[in-house]
Design a protein around this ligand. Structure first.
Ligand SMILES: [Cu+2]
Length: 115
């Protein structure tokens, strides 16, 4: 058998591979997308700046031994004092830039950018 005879088989296999790959990538990418999260640690918001899609819910979790809060600069949201491992979530519906601060430690600042 010449190489020529293999071509249709190779093309079909290649196409199946491409389709299979594309089919697998779409759903798995969506499933592995982690919800936006900010960790409060060492008296810092980590990351300090986070970019999310409109409609996303951002969750802050305090991993310090000290209580912290999450307070929007514009008054849009305000958490109570978060103890160790406590979380606070807020859903950002509109595009914009949202600054926030820990009201107990005003040097702790961060920004959510909603696209
Ligand atoms: Cu704080």
């Amino acid at each position: 058998m010449t190489l020529k005879g293999y071509w249709p088989l190779l093309a079909a296999a290649g196409l199946a591979l491409l389709l299979g790959w594309g089919g697998l990538r779409g759903p798995s990418a969506a499933q592995t997308a982690e919800p936006p999260r900010i960790v409060v640690k060492n008296f810092m918001f980590q990351p300090m700046s986070l970019t999310v899609e409109a409609g996303s819910t951002v969750t802050w979790t305090n991993m310090d031994e000290e209580p912290h809060t999450v307070v929007s600069n514009s008054g849009l949201f305000r958490s109570s004092a978060l103890d160790t491992k406590d979380s606070f979530s807020f859903k950002f519906d509109k595009a914009g830039t949202y600054g926030f601060v820990c009201s107990i430690h005003p040097q702790m600042v961060g920004t959510i950018v909603v696209q």
